[in-house]
Design a binder for this molecule. Structure first.
Ligand SMILES: O=C(O)CCC(=O)C(=O)O
Ligand SMILES: [Fe+2]
Length: 202
């Protein structure tokens, strides 16, 4: 995890290194370019709404869900996504990650961050349908954005990991139990970024 940049160097020792696996060049440049182009132009992107306290707001990014037939993806706001059938590219990628790391997935959530104003707020991917200690494999394409972590009960423990084009980050163990993550908006102009999170839904 040499790539970690720290907000607070004194707390380096606290970072849960055993909860993350990072491969900066999991996909080579050509594979990453092809996949990004394909998804950008062919995924059925939709903009969803989410509840924020008592308001309904438009999610600041586009999403699409692919998965095994009967595994629909319900987000926290009871807003069910259409389950798209696996494309050959997504199925191959899923099988490649499964084979290399020995995990299993049955769906993938795609997020499209159109520019620096798109984001995902602090959250944990912790729901009963993910089971205990979910393993989530995250592939990033396009614009490098910082993936921020903070400890749920100690927000000053914060770390940030830039996720470049073609990188793979696996979140596992107790990560979703004790740590929140986000992609923050940025003041700097940013290009498009696609993120794929492979998940196992029970
Ligand atoms: O875009 C990312 O890297 C993370 C997305 C995410 O946290 C999620 O979809 O749950
Ligand atoms: Fe997440």
């Amino acid at each position: 995890m040499e790539q970690l940049t720290l907000f607070n160097p004194e707390e380096l020792y606290e970072f849960p290194k055993d909860l993350l696996v990072f491969r900066e060049h999991f996909l080579n440049r050509e594979e990453a370019d092809l996949l990004k182009d394909k998804l950008l132009h062919s995924a059925p992107w939709e903009q969803r709404t989410q509840k924020m306290y008592d308001k309904t707001v438009i999610t600041p990014r586009l999403t699409a869900w692919y998965g095994d037939d009967r595994k629909s993806y319900d987000s926290a706001d009871n807003n069910t996504s259409i389950t798209n059938s696996w494309t050959s590219e997504l199925l191959l990628l899923k099988e490649r990650i499964e084979k290399e790391f020995g995990y299993q997935f049955n769906g993938v959530l795609l997020n499209l961050y159109r520019d620096n104003n798109d984001s995902v707020a602090w959250h944990r991917d912790k729901e009963s349908r993910y089971g205990k200690r979910p393993v989530i494999a995250s592939i990033s394409l396009g614009q490098t954005r910082n993936f921020d972590f903070r400890k749920k009960d100690h927000h000053q423990s914060k770390y940030s990991l830039p996720l470049p084009h073609g990188s793979l980050l696996i979140m596992k163990g107790d990560l979703q139990e004790h740590w929140e993550h986000r992609i923050a908006k940025s003041r700097l102009l940013m290009g498009q970024r696609i993120n794929l999170t492979f998940r196992l839904i029970r």
